[in-house]
Design a protein around this ligand. Structure first.
Ligand code: BGC
Length: 707
């Protein structure tokens, strides 16, 4: 072994001499002259050592991308500095797989699907697949995940995010970022912040109060920084309270650096930099994708004394520290864009994630699961001719293949001949096919994409008519939704079954067949509310969305998502947290200990225990959800998710789920004091299986105290 290594080293040395002309070898400094390359020094020490050796030009090189990108693939590129051993920064999109036209990669389900598993371990594995494929493609900054709280149900990028609850998004973000970063690349938490609509996205001004900002929109980013040590954050296109995100003193300096102690780098979304001075001063580290403000203009600002070199040092150090922390300097050759990075394991993971993310929304008379001998009419474009496996925009992935639902069903059925298909463009033909089969399955879809919000929550084209025509022809009609967000369902009462399969990725048909036939028992839950009507939504006025005169007013304040439905006693079509199974569960024996807590520095976490029993005939998973209702005087929404846990149970089995409530569960953000406080009082603890099904109640008496 040792001899082999010596030989290998000898070979490498000979190769180096052959490959490098002697002049280059002579000018490259010996390792001792590059003390920052010592991996046993801390990332901070290494950054400091390197910066001492850097010229102003070299520092500025790190602070912007170059266009056009000289290497095929990466959407963002900062050239290497060979003199100092600084590797290129290679940034590639990736929300559901490596993007930017990469070939031979895995198309995963949309993040909203993965999040619907309510399983942080699944999100962690999702991040690992993404991180590994990016790393092998030579990417060292993975441009994901997108962690904004979904405020507007029509938002075109809903599918790229996790859902409408800040605590929920925070858990998912931490899990995915840790997964990504464990495989090599630096993760990029985006888009910071209040990036909640695509309409007028380059200029829109989100007018939001500080309390709402802190309680609803910031928690996923705070968790990404504090719990997952995300190396980079992407500031968003939009303005928040009149200031562009990438030059906001409030967002970048006060919140990100001072409150959250973020020590990594902020890169602008593509074209989201609008200035040199206020951007660099308030905290932007890297302009992407080019150098309009952070190239020559920045250098001149330093030379004329408008920007101090000390400030440049601070910004560059914030880039170098996460690079050293992630080992980017120590592993310069980890892959290339042309590599084939997809594997059978990643394909099985993609399928498992789609299965675990499929939400059973209606199952009248137990129509599902289907027997494999059932004759089925598969209808709708998404069912066969045009499977809807992913959303549009920069998250787009070149899928190696997509298994269509009809193919997946034919593979899994007892006999492929019992499955017919029609694309639904001819309603009569679709109804006729439905009539001839025992069961009809209508696959409907939306075309959600970055760059545009949906004009309405209705299904586009003739799809509602298709559902109605098929349901009239066959009462055993099941609807499968391939959507990135909620849709209205005017024919919901006429169909027997509904599944939300989201954008399921390359294994689309295999995953949905496994769920329809009961090879997989669905255990997913909605991470956002489905409204009953177009206007019964939290953001129904034009002032709120898409905004008037370039401003979107966040007048619903804390009442985002289910919080609004609860506060206004509005019955949603399907509530946040809802999802059925092929088995049934009973929750019992809630215990909350201790029954009273001190807040402030003497706070101890509260433990919530719930017994869950599988009362049905099949093995399955249930998600126990714990919501906290604050004292009325706190002015909070009726109740808010503060803990959840998923448990797998055999028929008849009972398990105790123990969840923990942290201090934030008993806190509000005090806008005038600019800090979190815990008003004393009686806090309700509600446990159940959706935001609208919370049968178990307890209380905690919390004492006052600041944090
Ligand atoms: C998107 C980002 C993306 C970037 C690079 C922007 O338009 O908003 O999410 O990372 O393009 O493709």
């Amino acid at each position: 072994m040792l001899r082999r290594r010596v030989n290998f080293l000898g070979f490498m040395l000979a190769a180096a001499v052959l490959l490098h002309p002697p002049r280059m070898l002579a000018t490259a400094p010996p390792p001792a002259a590059r003390p920052w390359m010592n991996p046993s020094a801390s990332p901070e020490q290494r950054a400091d050592l390197l910066m001492k050796a850097m010229t102003l030009d070299e520092k500025i090189t790190l602070m912007h991308g170059v266009e056009p990108v000289p290497i095929k693939g990466y959407v963002g590129y900062v050239p290497p500095i060979p003199r100092l051993g600084i590797p290129a920064i290679t940034e590639a999109d990736g929300r559901a797989g490596v993007g930017n036209g990469a070939k031979n990669v895995t198309l995963l389900p949309a993040p909203i699907a993965a999040a619907s598993s309510w399983d942080p371990q699944l999100l962690n594995a999702f991040g690992k697949v993404l991180g590994e494929e990016q790393w092998k493609k030579g990417t060292n900054v993975e441009l994901g995940p997108s962690i904004d709280v979904v405020r507007v149900p029509e938002w075109g990028r809903t599918f790229e995010s996790y859902g409408e609850d800040p605590y929920f998004n925070a858990q998912m973000a931490v899990a995915e970022i840790q997964g990504i970063q464990s495989e090599g690349p630096i993760a990029n938490a985006n888009m910071y912040v209040t990036m909640n609509q695509e309409s007028n996205r380059f200029r829109e001004d989100s007018i939001v109060d500080e309390r709402t900002l802190h309680e609803i929109y910031l928690p996923p980013f705070a968790a990404a920084v504090e719990q997952a040590q995300a190396g980079t954050i992407m500031c968003a296109y939009v303005k928040t309270n009149r200031v562009y995100s990438c030059e906001s003193a409030d967002l970048l300096s006060d919140i990100l650096r001072k409150e959250l102690h973020f020590d990594g780098w902020v890169m602008s979304d593509w074209g989201a930099t609008h200035s040199t001075l206020s951007s660099v001063e308030h905290g932007l580290n890297q302009e992407m994708p080019g150098d309009k403000y952070f190239g020559l203009a920045l250098k001149q600002a330093v030379q004329s004394g408008q920007v101090s070199e000390a400030l440049i040092d601070e910004r560059v150090r914030q880039i170098l520290v996460p690079m050293f922390r992630q080992g980017i300097f120590d592993h310069p050759d980890h892959g290339s864009w042309s590599a084939n990075v997809r594997t059978p394991e990643h394909a099985s993971f993609s399928r498992a994630a789609a299965e675990q993310g499929t939400v059973l929304l209606k199952n009248q008379g137990g129509i599902l699961p289907l027997a494999k001998t059932t004759s089925i009419a598969v209808l709708g474009e998404a069912g066969g001719s045009k499977p809807k496996a992913e959303g549009g925009g920069s998250s787009g992935v070149v899928a190696p293949y997509v298994v269509s639902p009809v193919d997946g069903l034919r593979r899994a059925a007892a006999s492929a001949e019992s499955i017919s298909y029609a694309d639904g463009s001819d309603l009569n033909a679709a109804a006729e096919a439905a009539r001839k089969a025992q069961v009809a399955i209508v696959f409907v879809h939306t075309d959600e994409t970055e760059g545009a919000d949906r004009p309405s929550l209705s299904l586009p084209g003739n799809q509602d008519q298709l559902i109605a025509a098929v349901a009239a022809a066959n009462p055993k009609t099941i609807v499968v939704l391939d959507t990135g967000g909620p849709v209205l369902m005017p024919s919901i009462d006429k169909v027997a079954g509904v599944l939300e399969a989201w954008y399921p990725g390359q294994e689309d048909g295999n995953a949905i067949a496994a769920v329809l036939y009961g090879d997989v028992n669905p255990g997913a839950k909605l991470p956002l509310t489905f409204p009953r009507t177009a206007t019964a939504i939290p953001t129904s006025t034009r002032q709120q969305w898409p905004g008037v005169d370039g401003r979107s007013i966040y007048s619903e304040e804390l009442d985002v998502g289910y919080r609004w439905y609860d506060a206004t006693h509005n019955q949603p079509l399907f509530p946040f947290g809802f999802g059925l199974s092929y088995t049934t569960f009973r929750l019992s024996h809630l215990s909350v200990t201790p029954a009273s807590v001190q807040t402030g520095s003497s706070f101890h976490p509260v433990h919530v225990r719930v017994e869950v029993t599988n009362t049905g005939q099949r093995a399955g998973a249930e998600v126990v959800q714990v919501y906290v209702g604050q004292p009325a005087a706190n002015g909070e929404p009726p109740h808010q998710l503060r803990a959840f846990g998923k448990v797998q149970l055999q028929p008849g089995e009972t398990k105790t789920v123990t969840l923990t409530l942290d201090q934030r569960s008993f806190s509000i953000y005090d806008e005038s004091a600019r800090r979190w406080i815990s008003p004393p009082g009686r806090y309700e603890i509600l446990a159940g299986t959706s935001s609208r099904d919370l049968p178990l109640h307890g209380t905690v008496i919390a004492g006052g105290g600041s944090q």
